[in-house]
Design a binder for this molecule. Structure first.
Ligand SMILES: CSCCC(=O)C(=O)COP(=O)(O)O
Ligand SMILES: [Zn+2]
Length: 204
């Protein structure tokens, strides 16, 4: 992807994600692969109101090539996902209520989802009868350490579509910005359904 096109795609994704209410305050960060590495959002901005100045260019080894300001505090996670999945070209990180609460409610290291037609919004999933497994990692302010945990788990068994960080949010990825948006929207829908189901079951 050309640098300018990648940035345009991420600005548009940010407006859409913000309208959905998935990046409150300054939460979330986005990146996309480019011809020389990847672009990532700068830290501390409203991700629904991004302009081209809010991006930094990194090479694929994680060295800043250009851009002003401070890179996202979570750049290491984006870098690790690109290094692990060579098909990934876009990573969108969000802070929805559903992802935040559900990842706290589930105390194990995996969220299992089955029974929903919308599972088929995820590439490679063909039936509601399949079980989607979304890895959950405990939140950590040391993002390098968190990225190492994601890497270790991925190397043991590959991760698909997205991961949850407990009490924090979702990282979704895909082979294009459009596929990443589909994975993000599909996963957010499934998380919201699971949260509703759990609440209903508790009230019976
Ligand atoms: C109130 S947002 C806390 C930091 C965070 O989790 C996030 O996604 C945004 O961090 P960034 O440095 O990318 O702005
Ligand atoms: Zn975050």
């Amino acid at each position: 992807m050309q640098n300018r096109y990648a940035i345009e795609q991420l600005i548009e994704a940010g407006e859409w994600i913000s309208q959905k209410g998935w990046v409150p305050a300054t939460g979330g960060n986005f990146s996309a692969k480019t011809d020389s590495g990847f672009v990532v959002t700068a830290s501390g901005h409203d991700k629904g109101q991004l302009t081209a100045e809010h991006f930094l260019q990194f090479d694929i080894h994680g060295q800043i090539e250009s851009g002003a300001g401070k890179p996202s505090a979570e750049t290491d996670l984006h870098l690790s996902l690109y290094q692990l999945d060579d098909q990934a070209t876009c990573v969108l990180h969000t802070h929805s209520v559903a992802a935040t609460v559900l990842s706290r409610f589930i105390t194990t290291d995996t969220l299992m989802i089955t029974g929903y037609e919308m599972q088929k919004s995820l590439t490679g999933v063909a039936s509601h009868e399949e079980t989607i497994q979304i890895a959950i990692f405990d939140n950590d302010q040391d993002i390098e350490r968190l990225a190492e945990k994601v890497t270790a788990r991925y190397q043991h068994s590959p991760l698909y579509h997205g991961i949850l960080i407990r009490g924090h949010g979702l990282y979704a990825w895909g082979r294009s910005p459009a596929e990443t948006r589909r994975h993000l929207e599909g996963l957010e829908f499934l998380f919201a359904c699971e949260l509703e189901r759990i609440k209903l079951e508790a009230s019976l």
